[in-house]
Design a binder for this molecule. Sequence first.
Ligand code: F6P
Length: 560
Amino acid sequence: MSNQAIPPLPSTPHWQALAQHWQAISPLQIRDLFREDPGRFMRFSIEAGPLLLDYSKNRITADTLPLLIALARAAGVPEAIERMFRGERINSTEQRAALHTALRNRSDTPVDVDGEDVMPGVRAVLAKMRQLTEAVHAGEYRGHGGSSITDIVNIGIGGSHLGPLMATRALRPYRKGHMRVHFVSNIDPADLGEVLEQLDPGSTLFIIASKTFTTLETLTNAEAAKRWFFDRIGDPAAVGRHFLAVSTNLEATRRFGIDDDKVFEFWDWAGGRYSLWSAIGLPIALCVGMDRFEQLLAGAHQMDRHFRTAPLERNLPAVLALLSIWYTNFFGAQTHAVVPYDQHLEFLPAYLQQLAMESNGKRVTAAGQVIDYATAPVLWGAPGTNGQHAFFQLLHQGTVFVPVDFMTPLQGHYRIGRQQELLFANCVAQSEALMRGKSEDEVRAELAVAVTPHAIEHLLPHKVFPGNKPSNTLVYERLTPETLGALIALYEHKTFVEGVIWRINSFDQWGVELGKQLASRVASELETQAIGTDHDGSTRGLMNRFIHVRHGDPVPPNSE
Ligand code: F6P
């Protein structure tokens, strides 16, 4: 079928059927649906590997999922899943495969890209990671002057930062020895400066993580770290021992001064935000050991197998994606909150932000047609219970419709009083409160025992909770490396299914380029103090102010 012949998504019969279903369903209250169906929790929950998804607190009936699944089938989701796993070049604007699943393929099955099996290369890099991590942990890999390595500094940004940062935080209870792992990403000199001042160069290993090895922030920080190191050690040969790279660009790593044997290779078919399974995960392996890192891969592989083989109605990533489409495209939700009741998942929302928003924040289809329906909602969140004391007011009583993903362990890593029970209780209570709300009658009855009738009328509107706010809850026994692997792979595949239905290429990110281009021009104009006349008044004004302050000149006042 030519592109011209594909009807716009909102005019397809499956979309239309969902629009009609939405009309029928929107007045329904989830709490009534629970009352009518005692089996709702069992019906609307799925177990896959270590994860249980309870999606019963959603604005759905028994008819909703079949309609969404029909949409997914019509969009070719099952075929697209196969194309991804088979290594087809589904990233059409960059002519690349998207094979993060090969990075964690724990089976003997070969994975071909253009007729060549990528698995021997993947295994060779894992073996090299194992060799290094074991040597570091055994104290055999020594720094300048014979010190053993105590500190790892990962210099990278975006996908070369958020995954390792999130996972090392998540797996902190599995930390091996007392290895300290630091992350530097921002071009803000405070980021690097504050890390460097904690370090002894002789016992520090720097990992320069950049798929392209052209990223301004990473290369600038890496050069500064190298200068800092050289100024203290004074031996150019020591640089080779203390600086490793993870990159696809060997020419650039050589130019930087890192020998090929200190470069951990990865491949253009591993997208940046999908790359923590590759040597980009080296800081994770150095933190928790290679066995644990491989358990992380195994957890993701388990989710991959589930995703590839489970029917769509029992397919956890597909169901999450379809619910997201239900709210984004039919209820008009513009944001989606992720609230882990698990302090170890503190950085998960930030990680998922890149995954979801860089993948699906697109305005044209893979075929280049302008899209006239919503794509990725704004993803945001913070750990519970902290979020309850910050943004939950808006979730409960604000005017914005925000579906929420909750997640929490059944067992923690620490036993301190009743705290695990209280954490779990808060998680479940919040999803119940969002769903159930509090009616006028309930508020009246509650207030009647405490305040005067006049005060009741005054307080009533403020104390009503409309409820009917949907959420998913993911529970798992404990956040082990396997569980974390499965959880991340779940969200990767959810993102992919959404992209297929929205007809977009989830694996490119052209939208980051314009800002980079302009920043490099602005930076050179600031340096030469020659502000281009074609900048707008705001940009010129701000640049002018910067130049004045940096040169200690009096700043012309903006207003009288
Ligand atoms: O600017 C966006 C981006 O290209 C991300 O997609 C990527 O994860 C990040 O920059 C870092 O890129 P690299 O690993 O090539 O330094």
